[in-house]
Design a protein around this ligand. Structure first.
Ligand SMILES: [Zn+2]
Length: 489
């Protein structure tokens, strides 16, 4: 069943280490009032994690519907409003019509049956945990109502969720899911693993490693995640998302260390990695996937119809950031970018970048690397026009300050216009107009000539006397992690 996961294609690909300090469990202390104007969920898991029971009490009028996984109905034992059974035949949504203000609804879902069902998309049973979509049992409204979640877990059992942890004035811990649309997926793991708190750039990652035997191996994986996250945080001195959930699940021997990974946004930012834990730390460090996935968090959610932007940004930074933190030399980073552009150029066969992105299939290389070429052009142009005051890094820092509204889907054009306002130049919109309707791969030759990047016979050399030599240096060295600061511009 696991093999199915890896039919999902992995598109591209390479890690300095710092010692893992003893973790101080700090919780962002946003104190909630005792009388919250929120719908309150209460989750409880039994000793053997066979069942989860959920109760939600609504603040005021209940929502019209609760949305859930299309498979939930098969594993739901009962649904009650107060102590009255209510029907639960509907597939994706549970109607709450006619319920009074302040009502409570509860249900119980059989996790053991879902896990033994043999469909990894529904529930993946690993030795120490079950990994599943949250909407299997966490049914939520689609009205962006504020929620709070209280959880009871048996001794020795952990729950990994993307929801933020908060502490009430009483000292009780809650989770607060972000107000994202019900259709945005999220993943949860429940089992006998531990959750590592990894402090990075003003927040902490909440890392759950499941299906990986041995402390040493788990320590290595945590070091890999920490290094990649620190690199992303170096872009503007802090990690772009608070308390992200990081899930690592081992799926046995594979042809690469990280055969599949993706970012998930429902209820909060998360990234999920499927790995081959038999690989060495150096193989994980040499893999680009973690840097790519975490770089996605530098942007808010961009519509899939415009994913050349989000994939382009992640593909650009997966190389630039690894040069900045010393995992790649400058030449290696330019070479990888250039190899990517070559793959993108070969995959450009008619139609505009916009239409290739919208049609989706068969144009992955073109989509990712056209986007990366546009990001390189934007970065270099901004640095040149502003005499080094602005860059892609500063544009993203500005974006973080204004535009990470929970649950919002951005169009590329709209987001790039915002970046122009933030930087005071029209670089991003100009590149959009130039390349998104274009049937050709974005040309980089003139830029290469200014930067002194010489690509010939599959190798890269760097010209020391190029007019934009300093810009080239800054791209691959700005805020470098080893300098420990962001003031070297
Ligand atoms: Zn990506």
């Amino acid at each position: 069943m696991i093999a199915l996961i890896f039919s999902v294609r992995k598109v591209m690909k390479s890690g300095s280490l710092t010692e893992m300090p003893k973790m101080l469990f700090f919780i962002l202390s946003i104190y909630l009032s005792e009388v919250g104007a929120d719908d309150l969920y209460h989750l409880s898991f039994d000793e053997k994690i066979e069942f989860v029971s959920v109760q939600v009490c609504f603040d005021g009028e209940p929502p019209r519907y609760l949305y859930r996984n299309s498979q939930s109905n098969r594993f739901t034992e009962w649904v009650r409003a107060g102590d009255r059974n209510i029907g639960h035949r509907g597939e994706r949504h549970l109607s709450l019509k006619g319920l009074e203000a302040g009502s409570c609804v509860s249900w119980r879902v059989n996790l053991a049956r879902a896990a033994s069902h043999g469909d990894y998309r529904l529930a993946l049973q690993l030795e120490d945990a079950v990994l599943m979509p949250a909407d299997l049992w966490f049914w939520r409204d689609d009205e962006r109502r504020p929620l709070r979640v209280k959880v009871d877990l048996p001794e020795g059992v952990s729950l990994s969720v993307p929801w933020k942890e908060q502490i009430a004035a009483s000292g009780q811990q809650f989770y607060v899911p972000e107000q994202t649309p019900a259709s945005w997926s999220s993943k949860v793991a429940v089992g006998s693993f531990t959750i590592d708190q990894i402090p990075v750039g003003g927040t902490r990652l909440r890392l759950a490693i499941i299906g990986v035997p041995g402390q040493d191996k788990r320590r290595d994986l945590a070091a890999w995640i920490r290094e990649s996250a620190a690199s992303v945080a170096s872009v503007y001195g802090r990690y772009p998302q608070l308390q992200p959930q990081v899930l690592i699940a081992s799926v046995g021997k594979q042809t690469s260390p990280v055969p599949w990974a993706h970012i998930i946004r429902g209820g909060g930012a998360a990234v999920e990695f499927f790995i081959d834990h038999h690989r060495s730390l150096s193989e994980f460090r040499a893999d680009w996937t973690a840097t790519h996935e975490m770089s996605h968090m530098l942007l808010p959610y961009v519509s899939r119809r415009d994913r050349w932007l989000s994939e382009g940004l992640a593909s650009y930074y997966q190389n630039v950031l690894r040069a900045r933190d010393g995992r790649l030399t400058e030449e290696q980073a330019w070479r990888r970018l250039n190899d990517g552009f070559e793959r993108g150029r070969k995959a450009t066969r008619g139609g505009s970048l916009a239409s290739a992105t919208r049609s989706g299939r068969g144009a992955t290389m073109r989509i990712y690397w056209s986007g990366a070429a546009i990001m390189l052009k934007a970065d270099a142009q901004l640095r040149a026009l502003s005499n080094g005051r602005q860059s892609l890094d500063t544009a993203l820092e500005g974006l973080h300050g204004c535009c990470f509204e929970e649950g919002k889907t951005w169009k590329a054009k709209e987001l790039l216009a915002e970046l122009d306002v933030l930087t005071g130049f029209e670089v991003f919109s100009g590149l959009y107009e130039e390349h998104v309707p274009d049937e050709e791969f974005p040309d980089v030759e003139a830029l290469y000539a200014r930067l002194g990047v010489v690509a010939a016979n599959g190798s890269i050399s760097l010209e020391p006397a190029a007019p934009w030599e300093n810009i080239r240096q800054f791209i691959m060295n700005d805020h470098s992690v080893s300098t420990g600061g962001s003031g070297n511009r």
